[in-house]
Every structure is written in structure tokens, then in C-alpha cells.
Ligand binder design. Structure first.
Ligand SMILES: [Ca+2]
Ligand SMILES: [Ca+2]
Ligand SMILES: [Ca+2]
Ligand SMILES: [Ca+2]
Length: 579
């Protein structure tokens, strides 16, 4: 009997038949996915996972001030005071009008550790230390540690243009970059940092934090602006011309240049000095479209080459639908015809997000359903289905194809939902990412039952003590036999459109073999630069990457085997939750 060596590469052909089983939940919150109750399972705010993927709705005591009189918009779940318990920051979509809308302010709630939350009084201050209320038409909240002090900060974009309609329903004067003092109290430094964006039109809708240039400082995207984080330096261009040369064709530490060995002076990322940070906008220099009114924006791994492309989705005006911008040689270039038209248009399609739905290692894109406009231009309907675009891989034209199976339910309806959020989490831990859609007075959880055989692995980038505070960090992983295949993923900060994915990164792969993983994380000591963390892991494993600390300047990696979940009634009594 002869043994045939198994092929290392499973290399499953593209599977365009994406299938879901849908369940409905009465969850009024915008979709934020996290391990909210510390059980190791993912759930949406407003639900509890029983550990086997069954979600049940729950009242969240302490969040009563989010509803019902308040115009809740986006909600992030994140540990805002580093006690290991996820907290909540929430904005509104409303007029700046304290008299008629006194409740419509951004709010912060800290987790009491028993499933209840307590609101923080006066959580926001201006740069002079005076309490401020954040009001206006808020959009996607981004949470990340922008100043590398270990505490999660927040960027909250607001509409800032004028005049507003209707008259008297004013927009906010600015967007806010809120630096956390570690207790869930924040100081706005948006103006000093260059991200306050007064009179911004088109407004920011989708937003994302990502360390785009791999220098250890988390960068920020919104409305065609790509704000590169300069760190706590007062005059970066004059003080360090090599880092930001006048000619931006030579942008240092480019997205995808992990192995670069450029000799320019590195500032001191990870410095515990927490002076004000500043950003420089590279959007226009990189050719990003600044005039596009998006209804969702997301960095995606579109071709496994180690760079991130950007998908921007437009619902109205010219060139509607999602568009893909590839990044090469310091320029974003639109990939023509990446998303084929189906003749239905994109009217009132609010919301776009991306994840690899069929575990072939290539990010796929979901665009929320749309509404046929009446002759008056008002969105009514709905009658344009949710689209699921499957990435066809290298050299395919067009790059994306619609799923063979239309999303069922055809129509979700988002009138009871503040925007068309789609958030990703593997709720039943079967290695296929599931989707939670904000729907009409309910949430639809679509369990991914797509027939795929490709294996997967999971990577969690954590703080040195295990905190989930590394939002925006970038992972690159390559199968050993194919080093040119680079899966590039970002720890989710809140992204796409009013959505938050699970914190652990789930990577499906075409290659059932060991993968080399690379991550750039800042060291904790001033002047020590970046720790390049590299390790091997295999499908079926989970890696927990701990950020550098004073005692472990290169960080630490812990790899274990993913334990398959299989239902056993005997185990039910050990399930933790609120009961
Ligand atoms: Ca911080
Ligand atoms: Ca950066
Ligand atoms: Ca895919
Ligand atoms: Ca799943």
C-alpha cells in the first residue's frame, strides 16, 4: 500500500455560494461585537452568548440613559479603564440643540463587573480642562490607543458643515479626538492634532483606525483623509525631515514594507511620555478621493500582497456602489469595475463592511440593502437587496462577484436602526465568521453555513497584561510554502459603517500548513523603536500576542489549540452569563 503525501495546499477554488441561517433578536443597540461578559465567546451588546453560539437578548442594567429619549447612534464596546472589563462609549445623531434635545450627548459607561454599567459623569473635557458635551450628527466611533500610553482613546466624527437643513438644527463645530486619562475621562485634542475637521464636506461616515505605515503609531481614516500619526512631536517636518520628506513619493515605512530597513530616524513609539500627538493628512497626496460622500469605508485585504486596499461605498450621486482603491508606490488607484453592477442601483444603501466570508483568505464585502426613492427623492421601500460580494482572487475580472445565493432575508429594513451596520463575529466558534445586521427594530444574526473546507487560525493582539487595547494594529501572515501570499488583517477599532467586529482576528487560509506571522508593535521604552514580532503558527491554533513591556521588550507569544465547540447538555451548567 503506497502512501501519497497530502498536498500542503488545500487551495479551495473560490466559493461564491455564501449561505446563512438567520435568527432575529430584539436588540436596539447599534452593532458592537465583543466578548462582553468575559466568557471567551463573542456577543453583540444586548445579547449573551451561551458558549455554543446561541445568543439571547438581555437587558443591560445601567444603559437606560442610552434609550429611549436619546437619539443613540454608534456604540463602541472597549475597555476604557484597563480593568479587563469592556466599557461603552456612545454618541448620538441629532441637532446641536441643548434646549430641545438635552439628552442627545455622547456618553461613557463603565463596566461594574457584574453585567451592569455605571455612567461616567462629565466624561469629556476640552484642552483647558473644562467639561464639554459632545453633540451633533455623530458617525462611526473609532477606539484606539492613539498616543501609545496603554489607554484606549476615541475619535468621534460629527457632521460639521453648514448651513444645515432644517435651519436651526445645527451641526457640530468639530469632530473630536478624545485622549483617555485611564479612568474613562477624556480630553479633546482634535484641534491641536489636526483632526477637528471644521466645515468638513462630505462628512465622515465610515472611519477606521489602522497603523497604515507600520511605525507603531495608530493612524486614522475618514472621508478621504488618511491621517498619519506623527506621535508626540511638536514640529515633525522640520525636526525630522527624513521622516516626512517634501516629496511624498518616498513615504517611509509604507504599508506592506514590513521588511524594510530604511535608516531614517525613528521617533520613540511606545514612549510613556504622553505629550500631545499630531497627525499629517496624506489622503490627497496618496490620491484618495476627497469629494466622495461615503456610506461606509473599510481597509481590506483584497489581493493578499501585504498591502491594504480601501473600499469606499457611495449611495447617491455619481459613481454609486462600492469602489476599490489599491495602494502601490504611495498612490491609491481605483481598480476599475471591481464590483459588477446588477442594474438595481444603490439608492439609500447605507452601510458597508468587509471580512473573509468563505475562508479563502481574501476579504469579501457586504453592502446593505437599499430603498427605492420616490419622485421626491425620499428613501422609501425597501426593495434593493443586501449584496454580498465575493472576492475572486488575483487576476480575476471583475475582482468581486455577487454571491450565488442572495442574502436571506432579502430585506432587513433599517428604519428602526440607526444606519445599516453589519458587524462580524464567529458567534458559534466554528471557524466561519458570522454577521450581525442592524435591522428594523431587531438585529439579524446570520450564521455562516457556507460550505468551505479551508482551515483557519485566530490571532489576538493584546496589551502586555492581556488588555484588549491594540485596536488598529496590523497582522501579516504567510503560508511557509508561499511567502508571497500575505494575509493582512487589522484589529478592529470600529470600522466600515457604525459597526464593531470581534476583537480576535479570524483568518481562513488556502494553505493547510504552518504560517509565518509578522506584527510591528511599539516598545515601551523611549527611543527603542519597534518590536518586530515574528512567529510560526498553524491552522487550528490560536495565538495570543502580548505587546512589549519593560520586562519583555520583544513582547510574548502564546499559542494554543483551538478547542472545537460541541454541544453537550452536561456542560450547560458551567456556562457563565448573567443568570
Ligand atoms: Ca491613549
Ligand atoms: Ca502609523
Ligand atoms: Ca473570501
Ligand atoms: Ca461561525
Amino acid at each position: 500500500m503506497s502512501m501519497i503525501a497530502p498536498s500542503l495546499a488545500s487551495a479551495q477554488t473560490p466559493n461564491n455560494d455564501i449561505n446563512f441561517l438567520s435568527g432575529y433578536y430584539r436588540v436596539p443597540y447599534i452593532i458592537a461585537v465583543d466578548d462582553i461578559y468575559g466568557t471567551g465567546s463573542q456577543e453583540m451588546l444586548g445579547t449573551v452568548n451561551d458558549g455554543f453560539g446561541m445568543l439571547r437578548t438581555t437587558i443591560v442594567p445601567g444603559l437606560e440613559n442610552i434609550f429611549p429619549v436619546r437619539s443613540n447612534r454608534d456604540t463602541r464596546v472597549a475597555d476604557l479603564n484597563n480593568d479587563g472589563l469592556p466599557d461603552i462609549i456612545s454618541n448620538t445623531y441629532s441637532c446641536v440643540d441643548p434646549f430641545n434635545h438635552p439628552e442627545d450627548i455622547a456618553r461613557v459607561f463603565l463596566n461594574n463587573g457584574n453585567g451592569t454599567f455605571s455612567e461616567v459623569a462629565d466624561p469629556f473635557r476640552d484642552s483647558s480642562g473644562h467639561p464639554i458635551e459632545l453633540r451633533g450628527r455623530g458617525e462611526t466611533i473609532v477606539v484606539a490607543d492613539f498616543n501609545n500610553d496603554g489607554y484606549l482613546d476615541a475619535f468621534i466624527p460629527f457632521y460639521t458643515f453648514s448651513p444645515t437643513e432644517p435651519a436651526g438644527c445645527e451641526n457640530s463645530p468639530q469632530s473630536y479626538l478624545l485622549i483617555n486619562d485611564g479612568t474613562g475621562h477624556f480630553t479633546d485634542i482634535a484641534k491641536q492634532a489636526g483632526v477637528d475637521l471644521p466645515n468638513q464636506f462630505p462628512p465622515i461616515e465610515g472611519a477606521q483606525a489602522v497603523d497604515f505605515n507600520n511605525d507603531g503609531w495608530i493612524d486614522l481614516y475618514g472621508a478621504g483623509h488618511l491621517f498619519i500619526n506623527l506621535g508626540p512631536i511638536s514640529n515633525p517636518i522640520s525636526s525630522n525631515p527624513s521622516r516626512f520628506p517634501a516629496n511624498q513619493n518616498t513615504f517611509p515605512r509604507l504599508n506592506g514594507s514590513l521588511s524594510d530597513s530604511e535608516s531614517h530616524t525613528q521617533e520613540s513609539p511606545g514612549s510613556i511620555k504622553t505629550g500631545p500627538i499630531a497627525f499629517l493628512d496624506f489622503g490627497a497626496r496618496f490620491g484618495l478621493p476627497l469629494t466622495v460622500y461615503d456610506e461606509g469605508a473599510k481597509f481590506v485585504d483584497w489581493n493578499n500582497d501585504g498591502t491594504l486596499g480601501l473600499v469606499v461605498h457611495v449611495a447617491e450621486g455619481a459613481d454609486t456602489g462600492p469602489s476599490l482603491y489599491a495602494f502601490h508606490n504611495s498612490v491609491f488607484t481605483k481598480v476599475p469595475g471591481a464590483f459588477p453592477a446588477d442594474g438595481l442601483g444603490y439608492n439609500c444603501t447605507f452601510g458597508m463592511n468587509a471580512y473573509d466570508l468563505n475562508n479563502d483568505g481574501l476579504d469579501d464585502v457586504i453592502v446593505r440593502e437599499g430603498l427605492e426613492a420616490g419622485t421626491d427623492g425620499v428613501c422609501r421601500g425597501p426593495d434593493i437587496p443586501t449584496r454580498i460580494f465575493i472576492n475572486q482572487g488575483n487576476n480575476a475580472t471583475p475582482r468581486f462577484q455577487p454571491s450565488n445565493t442572495p442574502f436571506n432575508p432579502y430585506i432587513l429594513g433599517n428604519w428602526g436602526c440607526p444606519g445599516g451596520a453589519s458587524a462580524f463575529g464567529d458567534f458559534n466558534e466554528d471557524g466561519k465568521i458570522d454577521v450581525a445586521f442592524c435591522g428594523n427594530e431587531s438585529t439579524v444574526v446570520a450564521t455562516n453555513i457556507t460550505a468551505v473546507n479551508n482551515p483557519h487560525f485566530v490571532i489576538e493582539i493584546l496589551g502586555s497584561r492581556g488588555q484588549r487595547n491594540q485596536q488598529g494594529r496590523v497582522v501579516r501572515a504567510s503560508p511557509l510554502s508561499h511567502p508571497g501570499v500575505i494575509y493582512t488583517r487589522v484589529v478592529d477599532s470600529g470600522s466600515g459603517y457604525l459597526s464593531q467586529n470581534q476583537y480576535p482576528i479570524l483568518i481562513g487560509t488556502r494553505y493547510n500548513e504552518a504560517h509565518l506571522v509578522n506584527i510591528s508593535l511599539p516598545r515601551r521604552l523611549p527611543g527603542r523603536g519597534i518590536a518586530q514580532i515574528s512567529f510560526l503558527m498553524s491552522p487550528g491554533q490560536r495565538a495570543r500576542v502580548f505587546a512589549p513591556s519593560f520586562t519583555e521588550p520583544n513582547g510574548r507569544v502564546q499559542i494554543d489549540t483551538i478547542q472545537p465547540r460541541s454541544f453537550s447538555p452536561a456542560l450547560v451548567h458551567v456556562i457563565t452569563g448573567l443568570d
